[in-house]
Design a protein around this ligand. Structure first.
Ligand SMILES: CC(C)(COP(=O)(O)OP(=O)(O)OC[C@H]1O[C@@H](n2cnc3c(N)ncnc32)[C@H](O)[C@@H]1OP(=O)(O)O)[C@@H](O)C(=O)NCCC(=O)NCCS
Length: 152
């Protein structure tokens, strides 16, 4: 597989919207997926042999990066692509001298939590009953990772 990670482009959005609906239990609205020019956006797509296979939405606000959404097409999950994509964001943050990366994840999302822990994200806090879920509500776990390239 030939893998590349590139800035998200308009012509990726149909594939991204398709993956979003398949990969997530609670997908974003289509209008959010198609919003490329939000403030401080650093969204990227992962291409497999030229085809969109995954993506992340993130923003960098004065050195504090927030990961808003990350997904890999279901048929390609479990092959290390999610880790490659998140490692790219970590490297990108280092290059930009960002201080930290923050994210929120559903308590029940064990695959995502495992991915984040495998790249040294730590649980910082919880929002109790923050997300609607199929069984009522579930906690949001807030995680962060400090970047070594940051200097005061
Ligand atoms: C979370 C997601 C991006 C991970 O992508 P992926 O390509 O499947 O993950 P990888 O193959 O790179 O695996 C990364 C790590 O997570 C682990 N992992 C992956 N899927 C797992 C699962 N279902 N259960 C437990 N661990 C899992 C892998 O073993 C690996 O850990 P290791 O490096 O210690 O071996 C993918 O599952 C996805 O798109 N999920 C739906 C969208 C989503 O939930 N996004 C996160 C919202 S916060």
């Amino acid at each position: 597989m030939n893998i590349s990670i590139v800035p998200m482009a308009e012509d990726h959005l149909d594939a991204i919207w398709h993956i979003e609906q398949q990969a997530h239990s609670h997908p974003w609205k289509e209008s959010m997926i198609r919003e490329l020019n939000s403030r401080c956006a650093i969204h990227h797509s992962l291409l497999c042999n030229g085809w969109v296979a995954g993506y992340f939405y993130a923003q960098n606000v004065v050195g504090e990066i927030t990961l808003l959404n990350i997904a890999i097409a279901p048929e390609l999950q479990g092959n290390g692509l999610g880790k490659q994509l998140l490692q790219f964001l970590l490297d990108y943050g280092e290059e930009q001298s960002a201080e930290s990366i923050w994210l929120e994840v559903r308590e029940s999302n064990l695959a995502a939590r495992h991915l984040y822990q495998s790249l040294d994200f730590n649980e910082i806090d919880r929002r109790i009953g923050y997300y609607p879920s199929n069984n009522g509500k579930e906690d949001a776990i807030i995680m962060s990772c400090y970047l070594s390239g940051f200097s005061f």
